[in-house]
Design a binder for this molecule. Sequence first.
Ligand code: FES
Length: 306
Amino acid sequence: MSALPGSAEGTAVTGLDSSPVQPASPDLPPLTEQARLEARQIIARYPKARSALLPMLHLVQSYQGYVSPEGVALCAEELGLTKAEVGAVATFYTMYKRRPTGRHLVSVCTNTLCSVLGGQRIMDALSADLGVHHDETAADGSITLEHAECLAACDYAPVVTVDYEFYDQQDVDSARELVAALRRGEKPPPTRGAPLTDFRGISRQLAGFSQYDDVAAAQAAIDAPGALGPTLVGLRLAAERGESAPEMPRSKPSSSPDPAAEAAGVESAQRGAPEPSGRSLADRNGGTDTPAGTEPGTSGQGPGKA
Ligand code: FES
């Protein structure tokens, strides 16, 4: 069986996949005394020392670009944990990298909505340009490419993040140009949120150390207006059309201890709930919704089918 990072064997992990952890290369900067002091600053933030492990792992990545065996050992020493315990956490979360990352981490959402709008084509194009597959780093060390599960920005699909900053509504051409700019050493401004840094820089922020001189500067960067606002489009259209969601039925506090009677009361309240003031169900079925059971290739599980 493969060993955990930082274990005596130190070069492979078990976890969600069995990809090996690379040992430290000769040009990897060692963790300095400053890193250890910062780890202790993180620990001091928490009532229980072991609660500091997640930001400490980000701190290790900010110095070495991944969770190295040396970083696992440092966390274990400072927290009084075993290296196996630290490794078990580090290999559970995808934000902790098992191999040295490139200068930037490019994540392409290939989950359902992004994928149907072109996310997989973006991933394929970047993969071809960089000569890498998922979780691999380009030969020039500029980019680590990964596919990502839903990045919680489906209304901006297809979404790409660089070092966890969002580049919304991408297509193959814009994503290729974004990556080309990164490889030229440029830092194109994200669509929204804080300015782009790099993987080690964002890891330092995730460890709780700001890149800004003071709180006001950090707040100004984070609150900078984004270029797009589709999240509120549905709300605006609903207001224009006079549509609103029905009131949630409120069941009266029941004095009956009988759960069946209580459930019946809720059902009765739901039957009595008002219809939405906007389009009726019939209107909606005349719109863009596909009536259940009529999709090509389905066997008709919708209403009215046996
Ligand atoms: S499916 Fe891509 S952000 Fe949700």
